[in-house]
Design a binder for this molecule. Sequence first.
Ligand SMILES: [Zn+2]
Length: 277
Amino acid sequence: MPELPEVELVARALDKLVGGRCILAAEIRRARLVAGSTPKDFSRLIRGSCINCVNRRGKHILFELNGGLVLIAHLRMSGRFLLLPPEAPLPKFTHAIFYLDDERRLVFSDQRHFGMMKLVPAAQVHKTKELRALAPEPFSEEFTPQYLASTLARSRRTLKETLLDQTKVTGLGNIYAAEALFLSRVNPFIIAADFSRRRVGRLHQAILDVFTESIAHGSTLNIDPENIDGSYYGGAYEGRWRVYDREGEPCIACGSRIRRLTHAGRSTYFCPRCQRR
Ligand SMILES: [Zn+2]
C-alpha cells in the first residue's frame, strides 16, 4: 500500500500531467468505486469540469476542479492512474475512464478493487468522513514535537501501532514507521504513553527525515504518463530501506541481525541492539 511519499509523488505527477486539462466525459466501470454515488450521477457531475490542480491530504489524492468540486481518490492496495493516447488499449481492471480535452484518457486501474473515488464540494472537503479525522500533515506547522509528545502520551497502544494510526500521525505505513523508529533508535514495542518525552524530538525529526528523503529520491525519477503508480516510486526506494524487509541481514549501524516480529498483524522489523529501548 502506498504511504505518504508515494502518494505525494503520484499527486505531483498527476498535477504536472493533467493540471489545466478538462474532463469532457467520464465512464465508471465499477459501480463500487464511487462511494456514496452512482456511476451515472458521478459522471454527470464531473462532466465539463477542468482540473485546476492535483494535491493530496494524507494518503488521499485531491483533484481540485473548477466549479467548486473536488475529486477525492484513494489508491489503497493497487490503484494506479494511466494517461493514455487515443489508440492505446485499456489495461486490465479499468475501473474509471476520464476523457480529456487533449484526446487523451486518464484511466484508473485497480487489480485489487479497493480503490475509492468521491466527488465533494470544495467547501466541505476537509469535513468528509475520509478526511476529517486525519491528524495534521507531517510538514504542516501543527505537526510539532509538542503535538507528537501529547498524542503519544494519550495512547496505551505501542509506539508502532500509534504511529500507524492516521488520526494520530498522517502518512506513515508499515515501511516508513519501521524506518523512522530505526533512524531514531526507538523500540517499536514500547507503550506510547511510557515513551520518554525527552526522546520525542528525535522521533519527530526521523519521521520528517524519512519522508523528505524518499520524496526527494522519487522526484529525481522520470514520470511515465502510462504508469502513474505508487508502487513505481515505492519500488525505486526499496534499495534504500535501512531496516524494513531486511530480516537476518546485518544492521547498518551495529552489525547485529535485523529481527522481524509479527505485531498487531503486521511485520515489524527492528535492530535488537540499536532499538533496545
Ligand atoms: Zn543495530
